[in-house]
Design a protein around this ligand. Structure first.
Ligand SMILES: [Zn+2]
Length: 196
């Protein structure tokens, strides 16, 4: 059935959903759960229409700039993260009271992702315009995360600003996905200044 196949192919593009899971979801929705399917369709449409990316930090928001960027209560500390999702993770931990900047990925030459493909060049402007006093690099401790951190430190070296990196209590190669709130908040407390 072509229509079912189309839906199956669309679902399979979602990370973590394979052939079997896609089939399971479709049959679940079609069998006796049409109400769930309708509310899901409505929610997805609503979110896609109302949520956008903040033009300043790259976080997900209903207003532009987002509440965090617009807040006068946030400290002049800028945390650099990989994605909008990382902003959500740190916000959920409620430990950090500064601002964020998502660079929208990590440098990965093998996949063709170079510094110019990321939102890195906006950082010096934000430091200047928002009177940022400290940069916290909070990228995952993977090979790409390390490469990107090194690049960021080099790029920001000329600006006289304190640069720190969060200290991870997790093994090299881990993703923020698997780090609990406590570990995340500890790693923020134990951040270290980068020696040039
Ligand atoms: Zn923002």
């Amino acid at each position: 059935m072509e229509k079912i196949n189309n839906l199956k192919n669309a679902l399979k593009k979602i990370p973590g959903i394979g052939e079997k899971s896609a089939e399971r979801i479709i049959y679940f929705l079609l069998s006796s759960n049409r109400e769930i399917a309708e509310s899901l369709t409505h929610s997805i449409k609503d979110v896609m229409e109302s949520i956008k990316m903040c033009s300043k930090c790259g976080g997900l928001t209903e207003t532009d700039p987002c509440d965090i960027c617009a807040s006068a209560k946030r400290k002049n500390i800028l945390m650099i993260v990989e994605s909008a999702r990382d902003i959500m993770i740190f916000e959920k931990g409620r430990k950090f009271n500064g601002k964020y900047h998502s660079i929208g990925g990590l440098i990965d030459p093998l996949s063709g992702i170079m510094p110019e493909n990321l939102h890195i060049k906006e950082i010096p402007t934000r430091i200047k315009n928002e009177n940022i006093k400290e940069i916290i690099i909070a990228l995952s401790p993977t090979t790409e995360g390390e490469t990107t951190s090194t690049y960021l430190v080099k790029t920001l070296q000329d600006i006289n600003i304190k640069i720190t990196r969060i200290a991870f209590g997790v093994p090299f190669g881990s993703d923020f996905d698997y780090v609990d709130d406590y570990t995340l908040s500890k790693s923020l407390d134990n951040r270290r200044e980068i020696e040039e």
